[in-house]
Design a protein around this ligand. Sequence first.
Ligand SMILES: Nc1nc2c(ncn2[C@@H]2O[C@H](COP(=O)(O)OP(=O)(O)OP(=O)(O)O)[C@@H](O)[C@H]2O)c(=O)[nH]1
Ligand SMILES: [Mg+2]
Length: 290
Amino acid sequence: MFKGLFIIENDNIIYSLALQQNIFNVGYDYYYDFLKTSADWEERHDSEMIFDVIAGNVCLYYKYIQNYNLILVIIVDLYNKGEQIKEIFREVSSILEDKSLDLLKDDARFKTFTQLFLTFQEHIPIKISLVGFGGVGKTTILKLLKEQELPTTHNPTILADITQYNLNGIHFNFWDFAGQVAYKNVWPKLINKSDLVIVVTDSSQKNVSLSKFFLDLILNIVPYSKKIIIANKQDTPNAIDVPRINQILGENTIPFVAIDPNYRSILLENIFNALNLITEGEQIVIQSNY
Ligand SMILES: Nc1nc2c(ncn2[C@@H]2O[C@H](COP(=O)(O)OP(=O)(O)OP(=O)(O)O)[C@@H](O)[C@H]2O)c(=O)[nH]1
Ligand SMILES: [Mg+2]
């Protein structure tokens, strides 16, 4: 996922904004040192180029903005590394190439940089995959989150439904998988590059046991992904209790009833916590000169 950005002017970091908590706790020097040791650092003033360097478990992309003599740096997860990020970078950073911008004034800079941050976040939305066998309630959970009318019958999802949705000012791409076993072969492909996987099981003993399959899928294909496990349909007569479910899966699960709107806020909180996200009101803009 896109984690944040910072801007360098004459060797100073003049601005930074994070989407994830803790991302700048390591200190700016940590990232700056990686930039300086990158093979292309000497070429950094080539305004046509977008460079990348791996810094621990993240990847830094950087580009020189000639008009303003700035270096724009974004931080993404290693698994996002690729040409697509470069294309997005080129497109988004062109905001700064608009010569009519008066970036010399501090407040104008501030607004423009924050706009850049928001545009990056929109172009690199957080990917959340909803996995689990057929009929366990994945589509219902997504509709609950989107505050849409909840289904009362099982209308199986075909392949996968991908929808963009904004929660608390942050852009997400939800991948609602088809859970019928006929689609089993496509799950590994669809799950790739998930920032968060929501594993959904209903609370029957049989389904819980079978759902271990998805924990293995995560381990094998997206070990870097965050995960949440939902024990859905806790309202049904054959539901087993959560301690028992946790025992079978060897993981903590969230007891859930997707057809009850009261559960929406529980889900929302778990998503934001799992991804360590900073919500709109809490976003701290750092403008430093050192
Ligand atoms: N009683 C009860 N029913 C639920 C709950 N959550 C979902 N359902 C019902 O379960 C059925 C299947 O829900 P879906 O959300 O379509 O299931 P799905 O996991 O998306 O299924 P596939 O798309 O086939 O993989 C629907 O009839 C829902 O109304 C719940 O917590 N309790
Ligand atoms: Mg579905």
